[in-house]
Design a protein around this ligand. Structure first.
Ligand code: KG4
Ligand code: ZN
Length: 340
């Protein structure tokens, strides 16, 4: 018997729905991004985002069902992102999911957005447990020890800005459009990563925590000391700033693998599509004999297939159905219990 799950994701500025069979086979995955609208304001405007989700959610669900060649009667469960994210945005997805599950008489499964990013890898390949999971997105930079498809133990997180947030803020300082990560990645290709020696925050700190806000300030002061920024200076700044973030992410990930004796890593989330992160992680982890898995770019950005994938794991484990949207991490294991 197969289990077909409708996944719904509305935590930030993507309205997404997907249909996934048995947690691994993506029958459809529709993502509608609001990035164009928010770029006018230089970042996500929560009120606009939630209003746009409200307009988009039903057509996107209908499109996902149609693209999967199914109707609502072919759906065995509904999985939805319940947090973390923007509360007004989450509420739209959760309300739609609750209504759909109630109307269809099928289970409703609430999923944690960050755990779902890690679960996305199983849509492309089989990865064994345990693994060290790094989730790098616009709002989060978290390290986990994944014991199983439903158990993600927090090991560390950013103490201030997330890696994606640092990219976005740096892009703004450099006059580049939102979302800034992609733009910095692109410009960095023509620049020298050692042109400016930006700090590598918390590198020598024994914890698996991150801190990126100082890096952004270092960039600000550096820019203030310049007469102007021509294309080649811009490329150098992008490459050097990117190198500082990427080196820190890779170093902390290696630290977690050593600390816990786990030679297997999954990197996921929007920033995981960064070309330099993929390259450096491949090199450094490869040299250390550590297995590395990064989803393809389409699965790194927010999508609902990953929500359905995690939903399948939870359903198989008798997931709770009583849930509501929450702006904070909804991981089943509390951060404080994680070994730091
Ligand atoms: O996971 P995601 O799609 O949404 C959140 O859950 O936040 O991540 C979005 C973040 C943004 O900060 C964006 O600038 C960053 O991912 N990002 C990148 C790249 N592509 C997206 N950062 C660096 N390099 C990229 N190629
Ligand atoms: Zn995300």
């Amino acid at each position: 018997m197969t289990t077909t799950i409708l996944g719904i994701e509305t935590s930030c500025d993507e309205t997404a729905a997907a249909v996934v069979r048995d947690g691994t086979e993506v029958l459809s995955s529709i993502v509608s991004s609001q990035a164009d609208i928010h770029s006018k304001y230089g970042g996500v405007v929560p009120e606009i985002a939630s209003r746009m989700h409200t307009e988009a959610i039903m057509p996107i669900i209908a499109e996902a069902l149609a693209a999967a060649g199914t109707t609502t009667s072919g759906i065995d469960a509904v999985a939805v992102t319940m947090g973390p994210g923007l509360i007004g945005c989450l509420l739209v997805g959760v309300a739609a999911a609750k209504a759909a599950a109630y109307a269809l008489g099928v289970p409703l499964i609430g999923t944690d957005h960050l755990e779902a990013h890690l679960a996305s890898i199983h849509l492309e390949r089989k990865v064994g447990f345990p693994f060290i999971g790094l989730v790098v997105s616009g709002g989060h930079t978290n390290l986990y020890l994944a014991h199983s498809g439903t158990e993600y133990e927090p090991l560390g997180r950013t103490r201030d800005d997330a890696a994606g947030e640092a990219f976005d803020k740096a892009a703004k300082l450099l006059g580049l459009p939102y979302p800034g990560g992609v733009e910095i990645d692109r410009r960095a290709a023509a620049g020298r990563p050692d042109a400016v020696d930006f700090p590598r925050p918390l590198l020598r700190d024994p914890s698996c925590d991150f801190s990126f806000s100082g890096l952004k300030t270092a960039l600000l002061y550096h820019i203030r000391g310049l007469d102007g920024i021509d294309d080649s200076t811009l490329a150098d700044l992008c490459a050097s700033f990117q190198e500082a973030i990427v080196e820190t992410l890779v170093a902390k990930t290696i630290k977690a693998t050593t600390k816990h004796g786990i030679p297997r890593v999954v990197i996921a989330g929007g920033v995981a599509s960064n070309s330099r992160l993929r390259e450096l992680a491949g090199e450094v982890l490869g040299e250390s004999g550590i297995e590395l898995h990064i989803p393809s770019a389409a699965l790194c950005t927010d999508n609902a297939a990953m929500v359905a994938a995690l939903g399948y794991n939870l359903l198989s484990n008798g997931a709770r159905t009583d849930m509501r949207a929450a702006p904070y991490s909804t991981s089943r294991r509390s951060y404080s219990r994680g070994a730091r």
